[in-house]
Design a binder for this molecule. Structure first.
Ligand code: GCU
Length: 344
C-alpha cells in the first residue's frame, strides 16, 4: 500500500518535472526570438504601414527564427514625440517620425522644414536620396540615442480649413491653424498672420471638431485616413512644404546587431522605402477622389503669392544656424537640375 503511494508520488513528481521541462522549452523558444518593436502614427491602409509590413516580411523571411518584428500603427505606442523618446531610450527599436518634430532633437533637421525649399518633387526626392546630404543629418542624433535609417515620402503640405477658403495668403490672417511641434512651423504661421497651434497628429480631429482650431495643414491623406475631410471642406494647394518622414532606430540596438543581421535590416529599410514610395502616388490619388466624394473642394491658388510671404524665413533660419548652409547649397544644385514644371 505504502509502495503504491510512493509510486503515485513519484509519478506525480516525474509528471510535474516533465511539465516544467515542456514549459521551459516553450518559453526559452519564445525568448530566443528577439522582439523588434516598430511604431508609427498612420492607419493600416497608409503607404507607411504597407511599407513596414513588407519590411517585417523581408526580415522574418530571412531571420524569422531569430527576430519577431512587430509593427504598431495608429499611435498605439504613443504620439510621434512619445515614440521618438521611446526610441531614444530603447524601449522601442524603430519608429517613424516627421522631420518637423526632429528639429528639436538636433537643429540640423531644420533644413527640411523650410517652406518652399524644393523646386519640384523630383528635386525633393533626389535630395533625400543623396546620402551625402542625408547621411550626416541622419547620424546627428547618435548621442541622443537614435539615428535615421531611411526616409519616407509624405507628399506636400497645404492648408485646409473648416469655413474660410484660402485663396490668397491674406485669407489665413487671424485663423488658428494646427501645426506639428516645430519652432520653424510656428514662425511660418506667424509670417502668414495666423496663429499656430502645435499639437500631435492624433489630437487634430477632436480639435477641429470642437472648434479649438479653424484648420490644419497636411497632405491629402489626412482628409480621408484621419477623417479631417469630414470637418474641413476646403483644401487649398498652396504646397508650402515637402516635409519627409524619417524612419529612426535606437542607435545601441542597431550597433549591437551581428554584422550579417544588420545587413538584412539595412536591406529591409530599402524594401520599406521602395514599397512606401510605390504606394504613395496611388494612395494620394485615391485620397483625393475619396475626399471629393466627402464634399471637400480642392482650390488651386497662386503659390508664388504664398512663397513670397515666407521667403524671409528661409534666410533667417539659414543665417542663424550655420550648419545648414552647405546642405542648402547642395539642395540648390538639385533645384536647378530639376526646376518646377509650368506654374501650378
Ligand atoms: C503626415 C506625416 C506624419 C505626421 C503628420 C502630422 O501625416 O506623414 O509623420 O505625423 O503629417 O501632421 O503630424
Amino acid at each position: 500500500k505504502k509502495e503504491g503511494y510512493m509510486n503515485k508520488k513519484l509519478k506525480a513528481i516525474i509528471l510535474s518535472l516533465f511539465m516544467v521541462l515542456i514549459l521551459a522549452s516553450c518559453s526559452s523558444n519564445a525568448q530566443e526570438k528577439i522582439i523588434v518593436r516598430v511604431g508609427h502614427n498612420q492607419s493600416q491602409k497608409h503607404p507607411t504601414h504597407l511599407g513596414l509590413l513588407e519590411f517585417e516580411k523581408f526580415v522574418e523571411d530571412k531571420l524569422g527564427d531569430k527576430y519577431d518584428v512587430q509593427v504598431y500603427p495608429s499611435e498605439l505606442l504613443g504620439s510621434q514625440t512619445d515614440m521618438v523618446q521611446l526610441t531614444q531610450t530603447g524601449a522601442i527599436d524603430i519608429c517613424v517620425a516627421s522631420n518637423a518634430i526632429l528639429e528639436t532633437f538636433d537643429n540640423v533637421y531644420e533644413i527640411f522644414n523650410l517652406p518652399y525649399l524644393f523646386s519640384s518633387e523630383k528635386a525633393y526626392h533626389s535630395v533625400m536620396d543623396d546620402k551625402e546630404i542625408t547621411g550626416p543629418i541622419f547620424s546627428s542624433t547618435k548621442e541622443g540615442g537614435f539615428v535615421g535609417v531611411t526616409w519616407l515620402d509624405a507628399g506636400s503640405r497645404s492648408f485646409y480649413t473648416k469655413d474660410r477658403k484660402i485663396e490668397k495668403p491674406e485669407d489665413l490672417k487671424g485663423l488658428k491653424i494646427r501645426v506639428q511641434q516645430s519652432p520653424t512651423n510656428v514662425k511660418m504661421m506667424d509670417m502668414f498672420g495666423a496663429s499656430a497651434s502645435p499639437m500631435g497628429f492624433g489630437e487634430v480631429y477632436t480639435a477641429l471638431q470642437s472648434g479649438i482650431i479653424d484648420g490644419a495643414e497636411n497632405n491629402e491623406m489626412s482628409l480621408t485616413e484621419n477623417g479631417h475631410g469630414e470637418i474641413c471642406k476646403y483644401y487649398s494647394y498652396d504646397m508650402h512644404q515637402m516635409v519627409p518622414d524619417i524612419v529612426i532606430a535606437n542607435y545601441e540596438w542597431l550597433e549591437s546587431l551581428p554584422k550579417e543581421d544588420r545587413k538584412v535590416f539595412e536591406e529591409g529599410f530599402k524594401v520599406l522605402s521602395e514599397k512606401q514610395r510605390k504606394e504613395w502616388k496611388s494612395s494620394v490619388e485615391n485620397a483625393k477622389a475619396k475626399a471629393t466624394e466627402m464634399g471637400v473642394e480642392f482650390i488651386y491658388p497662386d503659390q508664388k503669392a504664398f512663397s513670397k510671404v515666407v521667403e524671409p524665413l528661409k534666410e533667417e533660419v539659414i543665417n542663424k544656424n550655420k550648419k545648414l548652409k552647405p546642405y542648402y547649397e547642395k539642395i540648390q544644385e538639385y533645384n536647378k537640375k530639376y526646376p518646377a514644371k509650368e506654374a501650378k
